[in-house]
Design a protein around this ligand. Structure first.
Ligand code: SF4
Length: 654
């Protein structure tokens, strides 16, 4: 009897859950399995908001594996990538009863570049280092590891090496000339990872690499039928990064340094002197610019960019022609690739494609050029080709998928004469099904969502001092065990000042590397961690170390953010509301991410405190609240403090 993928997947879910210690079949997980199986077999797009605790990775992996199709799964974080490759897929391989094959593919810079390693250490990797003494030992470790059959993947290295040293033995995608042009192409680890993925049913990768794959006309990753994006709320940012470019003097300096020993001595000073002088001119121009939108082709900036293109071109023409076995063949191929990318990217800045915007980032000393929106690019390079499943715990605004789905190229309606479908045989529609499934948590009994409605409006001057005092009293009531997330460095300082002298350890972002800071917070039950934007997502600290998440205010994007400004203008030009379509969805997803740090497993309990009265005072607040964890809600400070004191007392007794 023929079974459908939906039926088979649901049965398989129930079978594999028998092998899990907490293997309860959850309604949301079953719904998601059915929806994913339906999308794969019906070749449609699916967007699933699945609350924390749904078990969403198994919910997409089971139908993916049983479909027999080739599936690319892209995640935003390394931890989720590791979970899929090292836990979920091995578990399914053991219990699903069908063959399961998978590979992980990362960006080039994640692997040892054999060409560079051989150039430094000789063909047998046993000497010849040209690095300083203190780096030699690390380099020897890398060479020894490679000689012993190591994977070449930095994450598998038996030791941690500094970024500076890693740069000596790795390349970016911009510098790699590709397997055919590289003398070590046959021994290349990055190429080997791609080769392994060609033989695997499931390719696990990251958003950034998948976005580069789209930007490169789908020429990086092996062929696949279906794509799953987990943590899909991050896809827009990764796509914007991949379809955009940085223009700055640093790229010219790196090019000149790499070309230094390759250009004939008679031309070296003149050619590379010119490149370096243009680099400094360009850097000087960018440094003086305000962080605002600009036309890179205009004035002295445009001249410096054009000069950079010409100087790079002259240097490339002066490189010797060598055969592939010559010792300089590898470095020359890499410099050619690097120069070619600089010319193309700088050229794009001088002749910006329609729909792109440029702005200065003086601190990074670059001009950033990026598409205002990525919807059409994602549609043309993904959605018309592959059924796509996008999932995350936070995708909706006010219960609606529309704002985010639209920005990712999906539409509720079929688009007549869709330009993205031009030249594609049998293009897929850009329409999608949306599904919201609840996680397994009993939010109503696990905690409180407290909105500090008695505080001044965050736009008023008195707010920051009042918010600081509120943070102190809440964190004290929790006995530490708090994560305080701020929207600015200014408020981070307010929080740090407010918590000075507190009777528990206060960890502040910047005191130590991020991973170390989070580990210390997780290991020290009463510690409190204060951090700003980079910490709103991804912190996963279940258990007693986290009973309180304090968020200073609704994280609306900065009004003067150049890319956001351009997006607002584009929405308004089409007759839409910039607030509804740009600011509110952005703030909602981020606030939901920050709030989602509190309840990470069934036993967690505590308070989410948001010190922004607009959540209850403004009408849009209701739309935001609909996307936050469904805890009991209160504006009563005493109730929140009592709850925290009870949790704190219970923790202290354990
Ligand atoms: S192809 Fe060559 S240059 Fe590129 S990463 Fe591999 S070894 Fe390095």
């Amino acid at each position: 009897m023929e079974h459908s993928l939906v039926e088979d997947s649901v049965v398989a879910l129930s079978q594999v859950l028998d092998h899990k210690s907490d293997g309860v079949q959850r309604v949301g997980q079953t719904q998601m399995v059915e929806a994913v199986a339906t999308a794969i077999s019906g070749r449609t797009h699916l967007v699933v908001e699945a609350g924390t605790g749904t078990g969403k990775s198994l919910a997409y992996l089971i139908p993916a594996v049983l479909s027999g199709q080739r599936i690319a799964v892209a995640t935003a974080t390394k931890s989720l990538q590791n979970q899929l490759a090292d836990a979920d897929l091995p578990f399914l391989a053991e219990h699903l009863g069908v063959p399961v094959s998978w590979s992980v593919v990362k960006g080039r810079q994640s692997y040892v570049c054999m060409a560079k390693l051989v150039e430094r250490m000789g063909p047998n990797l046993d000497g010849g280092t040209q690095l300083l003494d203190e780096d030699s030992a690390d380099l020897d470790v890398i060479a020894e590891w490679v000689r012993a059959g190591g994977t070449g993947d930095r994450d598998d290295l038996p030791t941690t090496v500094p970024d500076d040293l890693w740069r000596h033995v790795s390349v970016s995608g911009m510098e790699c000339p590709g397997k055919k042009q590289c003398p070590q192409g046959s021994k290349c680890f990055a190429e080997a990872a791609l080769e392994a993925a060609r033989d695997s049913q499931i390719t696990i990768t990251n958003h950034h690499l998948y976005a580069l794959h789209m930007a490169a006309g789908r020429r990086i990753l092996p062929d696949h039928d279906v794509v799953v994006f987990d943590e899909a709320h991050k896809l827009e940012a990764a796509s914007s990064a991949a379809f955009g470019v940085d223009v700055g003097g640093g790229r010219l300096v790196a090019f000149a340094n790499n070309a230094q020993r390759l250009v004939a001595p008679s031309q070296r000073d003149q050619l590379l002197g010119e490149v370096r002088s243009l680099a400094s001119r360009l850097g000087g121009e960018v440094e003086l610019l305000p962080e605002a939108r600009l036309n890179p082709a205009a004035g002295a900036l445009g001249e410096a960019i054009l000069g950079g293109i010409r100087a790079v071109g002259q240097t490339l023409r002066a490189l010797p022609n060598t055969d592939e076995h010559a010792p300089q063949a590898g470095p020359i191929a890499r410099v050619k690739a690097q120069g070619g990318h600089i010319q193309a990217d700088f050229g794009m800045a001088l002749d910006m494609p329609q729909g792109y915007v440029a702005w200065a980032e003086p601190i990074r000393r670059v001009v950033r050029v990026a598409p205002i929106t990525v919807d059409d690019s994602i549609a043309a390079n993904l959605l018309v080709h592959h059924p796509t499943i996008m999932t995350s715990a936070t995708l909706t605004t006010g219960g609606s998928f529309t704002p985010l789905a639209r920005r990712l190229g999906l539409t509720a309606e079929a688009i007549p004469d869709d330009p993205a479908a031009f030249d594609v045989e049998d293009p897929l529609s850009r329409t999608y099904e949306g599904l919201r499934v609840e996680g397994s948590f009993e939010y109503a009994t696990q905690g409180l969502l407290y909105v500090a409605s008695q505080l001044p409006d965050p736009r008023e001057d008195q707010w920051s001092a009042a918010a600081g005092a509120e943070m102190r009293s809440l964190v004290e009531a929790a006995g530490g065990r708090a994560l305080v997330l701020t929207t600015s460095y200014r408020m981070l300082k307010v929080a740090a000042d407010a918590l000075k002298g507190a009777p528990f350890e206060v960890l502040v972002q910047g005191e130590m590397p991020k991973r170390q800071l989070i580990s210390r917070f997780a290991e020290t039950e009463t510690a409190t961690l204060l951090a700003t934007m980079g910490y709103w997502e991804g912190i996963d600290v279940p258990g007693p170390s986290l009973s309180l998440v304090v968020i200073d205010r609704i994280p609306f994007p900065r009004p003067d953010d150049p890319l956001m400004q351009a997006r607002r203008d584009a929405v308004v030009a089409k007759g839409g509301s910039a607030f509804d379509e740009v600011d509110l969805p952005h703030a909602t997803v981020l606030l939901a991410q920050g709030s989602g740090r509190l309840i990470r497993n069934e036993g967690d309990t505590g308070v989410i405190a948001i010190l922004d009265r607009r959540l209850t005072a403004m009408r849009y607040g209701q739309r935001i609240l609909r996307s936050l964890p469904r805890l009991l809600r209160t504006s009563d400070k005493e109730r929140a403090v009592r709850f925290l004191a009870e949790v704190s007392a219970a923790r202290a007794e354990q």
